[in-house]
Design a binder for this molecule. Structure first.
Ligand code: HEC
Ligand code: HEC
Length: 280
């Protein structure tokens, strides 16, 4: 026992250099290990606790998110707000014509999505719903998933649920899609033969290249990424994470990614929505 701890300390001394930093490293919990910031994992969760990606980012990135005036993601919230009451399409309507004030009618919607859509017999993400309303209720053209308009609208709608807990339904008709999303999550893929769990479940808190791995939750999406210099959808993030292991990325809005979105939302059940979050 004595010998073992001596080895551990000399090892730490080697990596950290000074005795003082050993003490600091030993006493100080990592931000996501502080009980106060943790959220109880849902029943059946493979994680002991949930922690938002926010706690894995630098103080500087966090402070950008903390201040709505500095958070660049709010440019998209503003754009969505403008589009909300803009008449478009052959029916001569805007979103507001039917849904009135988004602050009221869209509150909580972003926390519930994706939902099972009986007519399609599959899952529907917010972006699908927006285009469904545009095509059928406004007789307007669909927006591309990663277009400025769609990012603005999706961010605006999700922002109406900011501070609310993620609350997707995964039973009943959604069950089958939840299972498909789960399978996707644990599937090893790409040249690196890694699953989502390989990084975000088994190795969160560790560094990979320049990045600190989080639990990979979706509660901040659409998210402003400093690396992208813009806001991006969750499906864009999926494509990035698939490409990192040199696996084939799927299309944004595909059934594969929408099922994965459902499963991922369940993994983060109870986390507060942060849209628009800021990440590095
Ligand atoms: C002609 C009326 C009409 C217009 C215009 C319209 N919608 Fe809808 N929308 C509906 C109806 C009807 C529903 C389904 C009933 C419901 O859930 O409120 C719906 C549902 C939704 C939902 C899901 C709400 C939920 O609780 O699940 C969202 C999000 C949404 N619309 C967004 C939009 C956006 C964004 C626009 C503008 C781009 C828009 N809608 C334009 C009629 C409309
Ligand atoms: C090789 C490691 C690796 C794999 C495998 C991987 N990711 Fe990631 N992922 C990252 C890194 C690095 C980041 C950026 C830092 C962070 O938030 O973890 C990230 C970020 C994320 C985020 C954003 C988290 C936030 O708070 O903004 C989500 C969501 C995510 N990943 C989901 C997934 C999903 C789903 C899969 C499986 C399809 C996956 N990742 C596979 C490395 C990985």
């Amino acid at each position: 026992m004595f010998l073992k701890s001596v080895t551990a300390i000399s090892l730490a001394a080697l990596t950290l250099g000074a005795t003082t930093s050993i003490v600091a490293a030993k006493e100080k919990k990592k931000p996501w290990e502080v009980t106060k910031v943790q959220v109880k994992a849902p029943k059946g969760s493979p994680l002991d606790y949930l922690a938002s990606g926010y706690w894995f980012r630098t103080k500087k990135t966090q402070s950008l998110q903390n201040d709505d005036f500095e958070n660049p993601g709010f440019l998209w919230v503003e754009q969505g707000k403008t589009l909300w009451s803009k008449v478009d399409g052959k029916a001569g309507k805007s979103c507001a014509s039917c849904h009135q004030k988004a602050e009221k009618t869209m509150k909580g919607v972003g926390a519930r999505y994706p939902v099972y859509f009986p007519k399609w017999k599959k899952m529907m993400a917010i972006q699908h719903r927006v285009n469904y309303c545009r095509e059928n209720n406004m007789k307007a053209k669909k927006w591309k998933w990663e277009s400025g308009q769609m990012l603005g609208m999706a961010t605006y709608i999700r922002n109406q649920s900011r501070g609310m807990a993620v609350a997707v339904k995964v039973d009943g008709s959604a069950k089958k899609f939840f299972e498909a999303g789960k399978k996707f999550y644990y599937q090893r893929r790409g040249q690196l033969d890694m699953s989502c769990a390989g990084c975000h479940q088994q190795n969160f808190g560790k560094r990979i290249r320049a990045d600190l791995l989080s639990q990979g939750h979706s509660n901040g999406f659409p998210t402003y990424r400093l690396k992208w210099q813009k806001i991006g959808s969750l499906h864009r993030r999926f494509r990035g994470c698939n490409s990192q292991v040199r696996a084939k990325p799927y299309k944004r809005g595909s059934a594969e990614y929408t099922n994965l979105e459902l499963y991922l939302a369940w993994r983060g059940l109870g986390l507060k929505i942060e849209t628009p979050a800021v990440r590095q």
